[in-house]
Design a protein around this ligand. Structure first.
Ligand SMILES: Cc1cc2nc3c(=O)[nH]c(=O)nc-3n(C[C@H](O)[C@H](O)[C@H](O)COP(=O)(O)OP(=O)(O)OC[C@H]3O[C@@H](n4cnc5c(N)ncnc54)[C@H](O)[C@@H]3O)c2cc1C
Length: 447
């Protein structure tokens, strides 16, 4: 199979990594990207946008042989730092000591993956190629060359659609029989803002954690960048009394932020300008199945499973798509149809599970992260997990620090939640949570 010609459509994070893993197996890989080469063009208008990279993502980067280089571009975040309205801080570690999620520049990561591809003579990048349609009988893809406006077509043995949440490849598959699809917008959208560095280039707030300002219906988060700045994201209703729609003037912005996120305003001197210069974007969950069409086409990354960003897993799941495909390819005896079908059957439930987990974590981050009962629940869970690590791995750790399938993690998490509901209903739990009886109760429920 591996001497075949394959196309990867979309040179985002997932397509750029998948191309390298396919090239390592000997495929002739053509990568098509509708935008210009982001190493030469200013694609995001100069703003620093970052993401949290964690274990699942690193596993695929290790397979590509680039994990160490990427680690040097990252800032570890060992926990969440919650800012309440008075500016009081609460810290919650993400996992065990030294377990962290890693803030990395989206553009920097994408560029590094593209540079890695330059080492492979069997990878060819074609920029300014916008996929318009696929002929699924002949496996021919038609593109508009966005520079010359000409239409060009190419034929491949296998096509991988890594063209993001609004995938053109998926659009074509939607016209095939028995293809299931759903798309759900969140009522909240987001806007990226900035905490600039101090004059000496240092960070204005603790750089080794993910900062959260949880306020029920609204939430602000901040992730550190290597240049001393933080990328701040406001998650906010799109419509309503207090929403992106209702905030119209600079005065509205400052009034809302001063009342809701006062300690953040202190470190955001360009807030008013950034608010109006930076776009407001929407958040969508996309589910579909199957992800393959025969052994001709496979969807991966956001094209297969766009999820809301609250578990920091969209890219990590996309990278895991690549590592799982690579492992299943190695275990397959050359039967491409079986490989494509088995892969889709295995991955679709995991894509759906991370979509559900991400929606749930939205409530946890904006609401529960500032709630005393929730923080106590987490403290008790952590104590039990430290005492009996083989009996209890917190859901967050299963998702973020392990390679347990997302669909298994969600089932384990449901079981843990039912146990903790019983524990939190114990009499005087708030004052006596450190008693041995609490650990004994959990042990009996687990066993
Ligand atoms: C606010 C926000 C924060 C996030 N934070 C995190 C995080 O902390 N951790 C995490 O793991 N994930 C995070 N994510 C999710 C992550 O950004 C995505 O899961 C990831 O970018 C998906 O990569 P992809 O390559 O599948 O798709 P994309 O990154 O969307 O790349 C798709 C590529 O295909 C190209 N393309 C599109 N259409 C065509 C076409 N017709 N022809 C040719 N090319 C085309 C696009 O130009 C693009 O280059 C976040 C997402 C958002 C919105």
């Amino acid at each position: 199979m591996s001497n075949k010609k394959v196309a990867v459509i979309g040179a985002g994070l997932v397509g750029s990594l998948h191309a390298v893993l396919l090239a390592k197996k000997g495929f002739q890989v053509d990568v098509f990207e509708r935008r210009p080469d982001l190493r030469k063009a200013d694609v995001i208008g100069g703003r620093s946008i970052n993401l949290a990279l964690s274990n699942r993502g690193f596993k695929a980067l290790e397979m590509a042989g680039i994990a160490d280089e990427i680690r040097k571009m990252c800032i570890p975040m060992y926990g969440r730092k919650m800012h309440d309205i008075e500016g009081n801080l609460t810290y919650q570690p993400y996992g065990k000591e030294n377990e962290a999620i890693y803030s990395v520049s989206r553009g920097g990561l994408n560029q590094t993956l593209m540079n890695l591809a330059d080492n492979y003579p069997n990878i060819t990048y074609r920029f300014n190629h916008k996929c318009e349609d696929l002929d699924l009988d002949t496996n021919t893809i038609s593109f508009t060359d966005t520079a010359s406006k000409e239409t060009v077509s190419y034929t491949y043995d296998h096509i991988f659609g890594t063209d993001g949440a609004f995938s053109a490849v998926r659009n074509r598959m939607m016209k095939t029989p028995m293809f299931n699809y759903s798309q759900d917008y969140l009522s909240h959208g987001y806007k990226e803002l900035v905490i600039p560095p101090n004059a000496d280039g240092t960070h204005r707030i603790d750089k080794n954690c993910l900062h959260i300002w949880p306020r029920g219906e609204f939430m602000l988060i901040a992730l550190p960048n290597l240049d001393g700045s933080f990328t701040v994201t406001l998650f906010f209703p799109m419509k309503g009394d207090t929403s992106f729609e209702s905030i119209k003037t600079g005065e509205d912005v400052m009034k809302f932020f001063n009342a809701t996120f006062p300690d953040a305003v202190d470190v955001m001197p360009t807030l008013e300008t950034d608010y109006f210069e930076n776009p407001t974007s929407t958040l969508v969950t996309v589910r579909c199945s199957p992800w393959n069409y025969e052994d001709k086409v496979m969807l991966m990354g956001d094209a297969a499973h766009a999820v809301v960003p609250f578990y920091g897993q969209g890219m990590n799941c996309g990278f895991e798509d690549c590592s799982v495909f690579s492992e299943m390819f190695d275990a397959n005896d050359g039967d491409a149809l079986k490989l494509f079908e088995d892969y889709s059957n295995q991955r679709v439930p995991d894509g759906n599970a991370i979509a559900d987990l991400a929606l749930y974590n939205y409530i946890e981050m904006r609401d529960l992260a500032g709630d005393a009962d929730f923080l106590l629940r987490k403290k008790i869970e952590r104590k039990f997990s430290d005492l009996y690590p083989s009996k209890w791995l917190p859901l967050y750790s299963q998702v973020t620090f392990s390679h347990i399938r997302y669909s298994d993690a969600i089932a384990n998490g449901d079981r843990q939640r039912r146990i903790m509901d019983e524990v939190m209903a114990m009499e005087n739990i708030h004052t006596q949570w450190e008693d041995d009886s609490v650990m004994e109760k959990i042990l009996s429920l687990v066993e």
